[in-house]
Structure formats: structure tokens, C-alpha cells
Design a protein around this ligand. Structure first.
Ligand code: DGL
Length: 265
């Protein structure tokens, strides 16, 4: 069997949101070959059962492993909190995973109130409850599920009145309760960052852990002697389980350059 992605780093999300993590990885590791899978045919994960999310995480993770990647990054908070443990148990590859940045938010808040914007599955997960118990026992953590936002980003509908209306609905109660720090706990939301910052004002800090995830990936690959010694730019290849033409249009828009998307075989 040929392994066309031998030695690349695999990155995946339920859809296009993980591109916000991929761009941080690209900046940190410009010489590595990267492969990105948008599981858009099965998005949003956040409104589906834990079994479904686990099964999709294993399917995409196994596909990446079969293609020969040297490491996997879960660029999806929902997949992490539901299924990262299971994926780690089932692969020998290093798995780096994004999760809501509650610890850094607790270090930054001055009001003692932190809002977490995330999918429904993420806010009700045991993993997030653990993070809150571990790092935020003396703070107020307001967990806000945001159904519908992932779909807006999947359509590249970043600036419409509908998107702004949804955002206001989720953010207003957090501000009213005194949140001065908001965690972007879903990798789709950094694409809405400008609108969110405008709505909350400059006094509220937004936290996106994508760069921390990229640094952790560098550390893990370095530890396993997995970093490339190449000095030429690495390639980036894109796959989707959804509609290829739609993915290509939306991902080119979000990636700020034309790109080719292939169907996940
Ligand atoms: N980007 C995913 C996350 O970080 C969105 C999950 C979904 O598809 O609902 O949670």
C-alpha cells in the first residue's frame, strides 16, 4: 500500500474551523508537510452524540495513520473533550489536542468571571468540568454553548446580521454577569474574532489557544526526534468528507489563498 502522506503532520477538525489551528502550526513549522482533514460531511460534531464523535475521531485518526503521518493534531475542542483519550489509546502516534483555554483565562481575568464559548457537547463534557475544578475553583466560569455558530463559519458567513445576532445572544449574558475574559473554546470561533471583539469592546480579552497547541506540537515532535530537517517550505494538503467544491471555496476564503481540496477516500 502506498502511503502518500508519509512523514506529514495530520491535523483534523469536524470542518473548516481547525484551519485556525493549522495556520498557527504552519507559522511554527514552515518546513513540515501538513495534511488537513475537514470532516465537514459529519459536522457539526457539537450537536451529536458522544458515540458519533468518538467514531468519527477514530475514523479520521486511523485514516491519517494509514496514510503515514508522523503525528496527529486534534484541532477540534469537541473531539478532544469527548474522544482524545480513546484515540490516544488506539494509536502509537503522538496526539496533540486543543482544549478550551480555561487555565490561561483564569490567570488573566481581573473580574474573576470568565466566559467560555464552545459547542454544546464541549460545555457539558466531563473534561471541561475537570478543567474548571482543577484551575478555576475560586473563579466563576460561565460555560456558554453556541449552537448554530459552527454552521455560520462552515458557510464562511462571518459578518452577516444573522451571525452578529447569534453572537450577541450568546455573549450578552456573559458580559452582564461581569466576564472580562472570553475563551474561544471552539476552533471555528477565531474566524469570528473581529466581530466578537467589536461586540465586547477592547476591555474584554479573547483567548485562542491555537499558538499554544502549535508550540506543544513542536515540543512533542522534538522529544520524539520527529522534527523535519528540511529547509524548503513544506506542502499543505487538504481533504474533506463533505462537498469538495463547497469546501474548496470556503477553505480558500478562510486560508486567504486558493487551495485544492480532495475527497477523503
Ligand atoms: N471546531 C470544533 C470545535 O473546536 C467544532 C465542533 C463542531 O463541529 O460542532 O469544537
Amino acid at each position: 500500500m502506498t502511503r502518500p502522506l508519509l512523514g506529514a503532520i495530520g491535523v483534523f477538525d469536524s470542518g473548516v474551523g481547525g484551519l485556525s489551528v493549522l495556520r498557527a502550526i504552519r507559522a511554527a513549522l514552515p518546513h513540515e508537510h501538513l495534511v488537513y482533514v475537514a470532516d465537514s460531511g459529519h459536522a457539526p460534531y457539537g450537536d451529536q452524540s458522544e458515540d458519533h464523535i468518538t467514531q468519527r475521531t477514530l475514523t479520521v485518526g486511523n485514516w491519517l495513520a494509514e496514510q503515514g503521518v508522523k503525528g496527529i493534531t486534534i484541532a477540534c475542542n469537541t473531539a478532544t473533550v469527548v474522544a482524545a483519550k480513546t484515540l490516544r489509546e488506539q494509536t502509537h502516534l503522538p496526539v496533540v489536542a486543543i482544549e478550551p483555554a480555561i487555565k490561561p483565562a483564569v490567570a488573566l481575568t481581573r473580574s474573576g468571571v470568565v466566559g467560555v464559548l464552545a459547542t454544546r457537547q464541549t460545555v457539558q463534557s466531563a473534561a471541561v468540568a475537570r478543567l474548571v475544578a482543577l484551575y478555576a475553583a475560586d473563579k466563576r466560569i460561565l460555560l456558554q454553548g453556541c449552537p448554530g455558530l459552527v454552521e455560520q463559519v462552515e458557510r464562511a458567513d462571518l459578518h452577516s446580521a444573522d451571525t452578529e445576532h447569534l453572537l450577541r445572544q450568546f455573549i450578552t449574558p456573559l458580559l452582564e454577569q461581569g466576564a472580562d475574559t472570553l475563551v474561544l473554546g471552539c476552533t471555528h470561533y477565531p474566524f469570528l474574532r473581529d466581530t466578537i471583539q467589536r461586540l465586547v469592546g477592547e476591555g474584554v480579552t479573547l483567548i485562542d489557544p491555537a499558538e499554544a497547541v502549535a508550540r506543544e506540537l513542536v515540543r512533542r515532535l522534538d522529544e520524539s526526534s520527529g522534527l523535519s530537517s528540511a529547509t524548503t517550505p513544506g506542502s499543505v494538503r487538504f481533504f474533506t468528507s463533505g462537498d469538495v467544491a463547497q469546501a474548496q471555496a470556503v477553505m480558500s476564503h478562510l486560508w486567504h489563498e486558493p487551495l485544492t481540496v480532495q475527497a477523503l477516500s
